[in-house]
Design a protein around this ligand. Structure first.
Ligand code: ZN
Ligand code: ZN
Length: 342
């Protein structure tokens, strides 16, 4: 599938990504593994090229990136190794031991490189697929009241589209996202939000399931994979709504659908980053119905039928219980059925 960020074919269908696991980050018998101390600079020339199997231990890849940052005058050589940045693996799934990285398997989140140095990283370090400048904030929607303007990190070079694989009771779901535009989620062996959705759906057996603040679509797609006949996903943030639509296509083999029609373009959606009235971004044809909207979840009732609906409202900040309670009460005033915070 064509990648909406780089135009390349870096997006695969769900079974192709699932098929890579778990061998994608395991070593061959010849792979070198030298664990480096992250709190000090790496030893001089500690890294080698990739093994003949094509992989390289993550610490060596980081030592390579460190050396490049020194060569480009961005590091002095006194910084600890961990200052290079945070690794985001592609595909992301719960790994138990430090990974051996194949080509194009790492999005690097870093505060330091400029565009030129980031481009050199992508050109010279085969494992790095993209470099993103991170900041002291969380990208995407963090405030459900929409009072603060959402922000994105900056993609400096390469492509920062990557997939997470989330285990569910009916099998894995594959969730792509552009890392600079959506807050970072790590798949773990146990995902309490996915479990709470699975438990509710098993108990309620809904005809309609709504994921009202869907992010890149993990919970809504989990509901669709469980076979709920009608599923609505929604997010006010353009990148979330777009990737939820895209991920409906990525996972389509798990649904009873003939086709996914995406009505929006990523770049065009970025011109109206925060949606208010619900705008249809994608819909499916076939026995199962999945629709994706961009809009404020408080307005989503306009497109939900007056039948019992199970709704999950995954607010970014659940710590404020009074505010969360108000959100649920407001929702229940306009939509039939049950609503819960996962
Ligand atoms: Zn791409
Ligand atoms: Zn090897």
């Amino acid at each position: 599938m064509k990648c909406p960020v780089c135009g390349d074919d870096c997006v695969k269908e769900a079974h192709e990504i699932i098929g890579l696991i778990p061998a994608v980050f395991t070593r061959c018998k010849d792979c070198r593994m030298k664990i480096l101390d992250k709190s000090v600079p790496p030893p001089h020339d500690v890294y080698h090229g990739p093994c003949r199997c094509g992989k390289r231990f993550i610490d060596e890849v980081f030592a390579h990136a460190y050396t490049l940052l020194v060569r480009e005058g961005i590091f002095t050589g006194k910084e600890p190794l961990r200052e290079v940045g945070s690794p985001l693996l592609h595909p992301g799934y719960p790994v138990i031991s430090p990974p051996f990285l194949p080509k194009d398997s790492l999005v690097l989140l870093s505060r330091y490189p400029d565009k030129a140095a980031a481009q050199k990283m992508v050109d010279e370090i085969p494992e790095i697929r993209g470099v993103v400048r991170s900041g002291d904030f969380i990208p995407g929607i963090v405030d459900p009241a929409l009072k603060s303007t959402p922000r994105s990190y900056e993609l400096l070079a390469g492509c920062d589209v990557r997939a997470n694989v989330f285990p569910t009771k009916t099998g894995p779901v594959v969730i792509y996202q552009q890392q600079s535009t959506i807050h970072i989620e790590f798949p773990r062996g146990y995902n309490p939000k996915i479990s709470s959705v699975e438990d509710r759906i098993a108990r309620v057996k809904p005809e309609w399931f709504v994921d009202a603040c869907c992010g890149a679509g993990t919970l809504g797609i989990t509901g669709a994979r469980l076979g709920v006949p009608h599923v609505i996903l929604n997010d006010t943030w353009y990148a979330a709504a777009f990737w939820a639509a895209y991920n409906t296509g990525v996972n389509r083999e798990f649904f009873r659908i003939d086709e996914v029609k995406i009505h929006a373009e990523y770049a065009k959606m970025a011109e109206y980053p925060v949606g208010v009235e619900p705008v249809l971004v994608a819909e499916t044809n076939g026995a199962q119905e999945i629709r994706v909207y961009q809009g404020d979840f408080r307005k989503l009732h306009q497109v939900i039928p007056k039948v019992p609906v199970l709704a999950v409202i995954d607010l970014f900040d659940k710590s404020d219980r009074v505010a969360s309670g108000m959100v649920i009460r407001e929702w229940m005033g306009q939509v039939n059925g049950e609503a819960f915070i996962p």
